[in-house]
Write a protein that binds this ligand. Structure first.
Ligand SMILES: NC(=O)C1=CN([C@@H]2O[C@H](COP(=O)(O)OP(=O)(O)OC[C@H]3O[C@@H](n4cnc5c(N)ncnc54)[C@H](O)[C@@H]3O)[C@@H](O)[C@H]2O)C=CC1
Ligand SMILES: O=C(O)CCC(=O)C(=O)O
Length: 414
């Protein structure tokens, strides 16, 4: 049978299994198998050449039984309705795993910002907010950055919302620049959370981080900060990549040099001749492999060739269900996306709390709180996995879905 590469239906299957293991009936799965609300919008944008181009965007709200929905907005040519739905479901799981008072949401626009001017990106960002403004808000659904969106785009979106709301609304969105109410540490939070998971997983497998060989796919927000943290910790980053190709040096790459040269979309390999492909990168001999780019990168086709002892998913959905089975059978420890990448939303939550109280924390305070959330979450998921003898993805789904399922039950929805 052909492998299921549909993110939405494959996520449904694991949610169903997790609910079943937790003892919920089919009624709970009926509620949680797709978002409660899904909005599709068309956004007209005046392009620099004077023509109007109409973009399609989405915002999904998976479940708001626990609290407002929360999740990033992605600008990418491959955005689709099913992808946004799956991403919103994963946000519910992440928020449950790190115990935040949110349900999951996610948004996306089908576009390629790499081919657009700053003015066009600004008009698109503002148009998206106007299109979804009735649907979102600081107590309803709170967006944030994701692939090819950043703090500048969050600033434009916040400004547009504030104009409509006739009120300065920093809590409408997170991942903002610090001067507009952003939190210390948000920019690096996803990578920091991944780092904590890598350290905890390495302890479980008896791997010393000093000298450990790390391969990272993706050199954007998540991948580039992670590369820096790993090399600062004394690990050897032997491979990195972007959408155009990959770099490999068994003696360790010069990460500071690469960071200086990458562009704002996380591209750096185009400056070099001696590149390898992303496919070759994933199959490099290493201790820890971190997919930190896009979905469906480790599939049944290459899972048998992965040579890492630990795979930590910084990206959302990089490993298929079939590949998860293969890696687990081969004894590779897989730390799933809904746990490993939860550092971003955790510090987004801290940002929203600080916006609501109007009192801001130092970077040390943020880091300390993030560290505790991530270590507790890792230990919780790992323990469920080992005591039930199941892989960490299913364990993470069990931990993550429980809060929303219980809140839905108490509300009398099921
Ligand atoms: N930014 C955040 O706070 C969070 C991000 N994530 C996930 O981490 C992953 C990366 O996100 P960011 O670093 O924020 O994005 P980004 O836009 O900053 O960087 C994306 C990176 O992936 C590379 N890339 C794009 N297409 C590729 C392809 N086909 N093959 C190989 N590389 C490719 C780009 O060249 C770039 O280096 C995504 O799956 C995202 O959903 C998860 C949690 C939070
Ligand atoms: O920071 C946030 O609120 C959401 C981050 C996000 O979209 C993700 O974890 O995939």
């Amino acid at each position: 049978m052909a492998e299921n590469l549909n993110l939405f239906t494959s996520t449904q299957d694991v949610i169903q299994e997790a609910l079943h293991k937790l003892g919920y009936d089919e009624g709970m799965f009926e509620l949680l198998k797709e978002p409660l609300r899904m909005l599709e919008v068309r956004i007209p944008v005046k392009m620099d050449d004077g023509a109007t181009k109409v973009f399609t965007g989405f915002r999904a709200q998976h479940n708001d039984a626990v609290g407002p929905t929360k999740g990033g907005v992605r600008f990418h040519p491959m955005v689709s309705e099913d992808e946004v739905k799956a991403l919103s479901m994963w946000m519910t799981l992440k928020c449950g795993i790190v115990d935040l008072p949110y349900g999951g949401g996610k948004g996306g626009i089908i576009c390629d910002p790499r081919q657009m001017s700053m003015g066009e990106i600004e008009r698109l960002s503002r148009g998206y907010v106007r299109a979804i403004s009735q649907f979102v808000g600081p107590t309803k659904d709170i967006p944030a950055p994701d692939v090819f969106t950043n703090s500048q785009i969050m600033a434009w979106m916040m400004d547009e919302y504030s104009r409509m709301d006739e009120f300065n609304s920093p809590g409408f969105i997170t991942g903002k620049p610090i001067v507009l109410g952003g939190s210390q540490g948000r920019e690096r939070a996803t990578a920091q959370g991944v780092t904590i998971c890598i350290e905890e997983a390495a302890k479980k497998r008896g791997i010393d981080m000093k000298g450990a060989r790390i391969v990272i796919q993706g050199f954007g927000n998540a991948g580039s900060f992670l590369a820096k943290f790993m090399s600062d910790a004394g690990a050897k980053v032997i491979g990195i990549s972007d959408a155009h190709g990959a770099l490999h040096d068994p003696n360790g790459l010069d990460i500071d040099y690469l960071l200086d040269r990458r562009d704002s979309f996380g591209t750096v390999t185009t400056l070099f001749d001696n590149t390898i492909s992303n496919k070759e990168l994933l199959e490099l001999d290493c201790d820890i492999l971190v997919p930190a780019a896009i979905e469906n990168q480790i599939t049944s086709e290459n899972a048998h060739n992965i040579r890492a002892s630990i795979v930590v998913e910084a990206a959302n959905g990089p490993t298929t269900t079939e590949a998860t089975k293969i890696l687990t059978e081969r004894g590779i420890l897989l730390v799933p996306d809904v746990l490993a990448s939860a550092g971003g939303v955790t510090v987004s939550y801290f940002e929203w709390v600080q916006n609501n109280q109007g009192y801001y924390w130092t970077e040390e305070e943020v880091n300390e709180k993030l560290y505790k959330k991530m270590v507790d979450a890792f230990e919780n998921v790992y323990t469920v996995g080992t005591t039930r003898n199941i892989d960490m993805r299913l364990a993470a789904y069990m931990v993550g879905v429980r809060k929303t399922a219980e809140a839905s039950r108490f509300r009398g929805w099921v």
